[in-house]
Design a protein around this ligand. Structure first.
Ligand code: COA
Length: 168
């Protein structure tokens, strides 16, 4: 995995050195409630995630760096079909509204299409998450529909989610 970079943002492949920062971000209530991570998210969870990542060629996680500070995380992975990817992102609330998620998603989208033979990149978002919906739309994703009781969350049962995608 390599570093992805644009004028605004740098994406650094997740590694052991990011443990403290990743665990901190994953435990922020405004993030944890949206990204379906165990609460508390522990160092053991981080190690398990890293192990899984190291055994996979189509599962990517990057730390998002803006102005030389780590501000968030973005991930994407393919499932059974290697041409179809799905992922998410989260930003430290102290840095919301500064374009970090959108800049990161553009980099990941272009990387998956150009270098990973992706043909479809999709995302699931809760209907009451306008900031994330805006990020997807700014990055060219199109709304495909509401999936009712579709997403098995850890603590909130089956969630209604809107499916968005961008295709090659
Ligand atoms: C969603 C999230 C990643 C956005 O990160 P961010 O870096 O603030 O995003 P950006 O600055 O790139 O863009 C946010 C856009 O949403 C808009 N926005 C923010 N809150 C909004 C609201 N309540 N209603 C409508 N639009 C809103 C912003 O104005 C901005 O759009 P603009 O550039 O046209 O002004 C961040 O809020 C977050 O981490 N949330 C918790 C985790 C999460 O929800 N992850 C996504 C799961 S699907």
């Amino acid at each position: 995995m390599k570093i992805l970079e644009s004028q605004d943002i740098k994406l650094i492949p997740l590694s052991a050195e990011h443990e403290v920062e990743f665990v901190r971000l994953a435990n922020i209530p405004k993030i944890n409630s949206r990204v379906n991570k165990p609460l508390p998210y522990t160092n053991t969870h981080f190690q398990q995630q890293l192990d899984k990542l190291q055994n996979s060629k189509s599962n990517f996680v990057w730390m998002i760096e803006q102005n030389e500070e780590i501000v968030g995380v973005i991930n994407n992975a393919s499932g059974r079909d290697l041409r179809v990817f799905q992922g998410g992102y989260w930003i430290d609330p102290n840095f919301w509204g500064q374009g970090a998620a959108s800049a990161a998603l553009v980099l990941v989208r272009d990387f998956l299409f150009r270098e990973c033979a992706a043909e479809r990149i999709q995302a699931l978002v809760e209907p009451d998450n306008p900031a994330s919906i805006r990020v997807l739309e700014k990055c060219g994703y199109q709304r495909e529909g509401l999936l009712r009781k579709f997403y098995p969350s850890l603590n909130r049962g089956l969630l209604d989610v809107i499916i968005y995608s961008v295709v090659k």
